[in-house]
Ligand binder design. Structure first.
Ligand SMILES: Nc1nc2c(ncn2[C@@H]2O[C@H](COP(=O)(O)OP(=O)(O)O)[C@@H](O)[C@H]2O)c(=O)[nH]1
Ligand SMILES: [Mg+2]
Length: 225
């Protein structure tokens, strides 16, 4: 295919994605569901953060998780241990989730039983950026082992995310990562971005994360009232 044809096909795929994402967003809004889309490189700590989040929730919490991976259902098995509905989406090679995959994964779930839907995207800082999944917010995670320059190298995802979570801060004594510089770089790309420094291992920053979720849920309810 020549470049203009490839461009046209790509646009068609994205506009189809946007149509489905808009329908998902309307459905989440109607049911007061807070849906967040977690995006990071492989290994930055998305699944462990979700595990600790689910572990801390009371069992009455109406929360569910969709977790995407190229292969394996390892993450779904890790997350299913906490007693909440979890479904793995295996993309068979695709480097991102798309709205149709979300629509399909939710098709036989009763959405009226869910207040918060976490989506763990495929580990990648580039491809998931372009795909709207109908989420209320994208959240980017960057671990302290990845380098403080990454917001500048991957500006798209920092620009589109409402929240940046700097993970694995328990490792700060062992790595030459300048947290202030990472914050500054994220702000250069997205001045209004909210930021949380967190260790899922020690629990530092988990309160700020659960408060962020609670505030977004409250905002959602007042917007729908
Ligand atoms: N030291 C440390 N390791 C972490 C932390 N969060 C995740 N990890 C480890 O990093 C690895 C990848 O974590 P995982 O949650 O699977 O990352 P994902 O690929 O983004 O879902 C695992 O070995 C985790 O135990 C953290 O806060 N501190
Ligand atoms: Mg994972």
């Amino acid at each position: 295919m020549n470049p203009p044809v490839i461009e046209k096909v790509a646009q068609k795929i994205l506009s189809e994605n946007d149509r489905i994402a808009a329908a998902l967003r309307a459905s989440f809004l109607q049911r007061h569901i807070l849906c967040v889309n977690l995006i990071s490189s492989p290994g930055s700590g998305k699944t462990l953060l979700l595990e600790k989040t689910l572990e801390a929730f009371p069992k009455t919490e109406r929360v569910a998780v969709l977790t995407g991976d190229i292969q394996t259902d390892n993450d779904a098995r890790r997350l299913a241990r906490y007693g909440f509905p979890v479904r793995q989406i295996t993309t068979a090679g695709a480097c991102h989730l798309d709205a149709r995959m979300i629509e399909k994964a939710l098709a036989d779930w009763d959405l009226s039983t869910i207040d918060t839907l976490f989506i763990e995207n495929v580990g990648n800082l580039v491809c998931p950026t372009a795909y709207d999944l109908g989420e209320e917010a994208k959240i980017v995670l960057l671990s302290v082992t990845e380098g403080e320059d990454k917001p500048l190298k991957y500006p798209g995802i920092f620009f589109k995310s409402d929240l940046a979570i700097f993970t694995k801060i328990d490792l700060l004594p062992f790595v030459p990562f300048q947290l202030d510089e990472a914050h500054e770089n994220a702000r250069k790309i997205h001045p209004g971005i909210e930021m949380i420094d967190l260790s899922a291992h020690t629990g530092q920053g988990m309160d700020a994360w659960t408060q962020w979720l609670a505030a977004r849920k409250a905002k959602r309810h007042s917007a729908c009232a």
